[in-house]
Ligand binder design. Structure first.
Ligand SMILES: [Zn+2]
Length: 69
């Protein structure tokens, strides 16, 4: 699965959200996507996203299994 992280922090917590590029219905605009390359699930994708931003979280729409953990 190809993942990306939104370069724009989301309100209200200023988090950078991790998205599954192939399945998400709420992807950020292409210009705001930092590619995280390929991961088996959203779990390791978040670890990768932490290299770019301190405050990261999973997207509610495409990373629901991880988001609710
Ligand atoms: Zn998403």
């Amino acid at each position: 699965m190809l993942y990306c992280v939104n370069k724009n922090p989301q309100s209200p917590w200023r988090e950078h959200e991790v998205h599954n590029v192939s399945t998400c219905i709420r992807l950020p605009d292409p210009i705001n996507r930092q590619s995280l390359w390929y991961h088996l699930s959203c779990w390791p994708a978040k670890t990768e996203a932490k290299k770019y931003f301190d405050n990261v979280d999973w997207c509610y729409w495409c990373c629901k299994p991880c988001h609710t953990r």
